[in-house]
Design a protein. Sequence first.
Length: 257
Amino acid sequence: MIVLCIGDVVGSIGCQTVRKHLPLYKKANGVDLVICNGENSADGNGITPSSARHLFDSGVDVITLGNHAFRRKEFYEMLEEHPYIIRPANFPEGSTPGSGICQVDLGKNIVSVINIMGNSFMDNNLDCAFKTADEMLKKAEGNIKIVDFHAEATGEKRAMGFYLDGKVSAVFGTHTHVQTADNQVLENGTGYITDVGMTGTVNSVLGVKPELIIKKLKTKMPVRFELVEGECKFEAVVFDIDEKTGKCTDCRRVSLR
């Protein structure tokens, strides 16, 4: 089984870039399942029903989220009702829309997709990411399990990869928008990368106009973020997974322009 995981999609520009590259890449490479982090897919911030539908219509099967999951209230109903949109599982159950896990029935296999958010330099009020991972594995179905770990700290992401090695098929990091060069298959058969990267404008700071980020850092004052026009990149990771064992056999980066 070939699973493609797309890095944080930034704004309508990023959504258009997914539409440009994904259908062709899926067809050329025999991709069976596409997972995409869409928490920044709306212009401004967050995700909207419109940006979510754009990603699904472009060939995405599952949308994962992160710390911006609840920026847009108009998205809450869709998050609650759509089976293939998930938010970090360590947000409080009951008071938070949506779920942190979904099961995708591909006929021969059921794939469980899990979304977890890190604690280091993020929202420390969230439940422990590692305990949440244990809880989600109890709910997971099938022998193929994929985890989007939306976290800031490289060390926490690496630790989660080793913690889940042999328990899941793959762990891919999101949130920092910079693709890392540490893609590998860990000793017990789990595919891993610290960060998948970003789908958005190349000459930007995480998709935003550099001058605005520089102003914010220099003045310490709030700044309204604006996206950059220009050349875009599509960054992702591909996991080859043995359908019988659920173990990853290869993990490779994708970067298209």
